[in-house]
Each structure stands twice: as structure tokens, then as C-alpha cells.
Design a protein around this ligand. Structure first.
Ligand code: SF4
Length: 85
């Protein structure tokens, strides 16, 4: 999997600390989340973080939110997944 998308991330032009806030509530990392929403590679970034269990804000989500998404996806039936794609 190519990681060239990383070169286009808005976070490359900002303070990396913004993307690794202390705590895990939805208000933590608010500035980073806003930057992610405007980022042209948000989708690739979220996919990468979902697959690699990264910490911090990736693709506009924190690790707790990604863990929730992983659980939800794992609980979908094959037919439900087919309907989504
Ligand atoms: S979505 Fe957010 S964390 Fe991912 S590359 Fe873009 S700015 Fe960086």
C-alpha cells in the first residue's frame, strides 16, 4: 500500500502536538479534527489508522472512535457489508 497520500496531509504543515492530545474525549483534539475535515486525504488517512491501530487523531477520529468503528464493522453481516459497497 502506497503511503504517498501522507505527503498531502494538512497536518504536515501544522504542529504535530495538535494530533496527539492528552485525553480521549470528543473535545480533545478539536483543532486537529477541524483540520482533518478540510484535508484532501482524510479518507486514506482514516483507512490507514483503522488498519494499523494508530494512536492520536487520524482522519478526524481518535483511537477510541476508531475502535468503536472497528467493532461496528466486525458486527455487520456479509449482506449488510454488500449493501454498503
Ligand atoms: S486527515 Fe488529518 S491526520 Fe490525516 S493526513 Fe489529513 S490532517 Fe493529517
Amino acid at each position: 500500500m502506497s503511503l504517498e497520500w501522507m505527503l498531502q496531509g494538512i497536518c504536515r504543515q501544522t504542529d504535530p502536538e495538535l494530533f496527539f492530545p492528552e485525553g480521549s474525549g470528543t473535545h480533545h483534539g478539536l483543532i486537529a479534527r477541524k483540520l482533518c475535515r478540510a484535508c484532501p486525504v482524510q479518507s486514506s488517512c482514516l483507512d490507514f489508522a483503522m488498519d494499523n491501530k494508530e494512536i492520536g487523531i487520524w482522519g478526524g477520529t481518535n483511537e477510541g472512535e476508531r475502535a468503536f468503528l472497528r467493532k461496528e464493522i466486525n458486527e455487520l453481516s456479509i449482506n449488510e457489508i454488500r449493501e454498503l459497497v
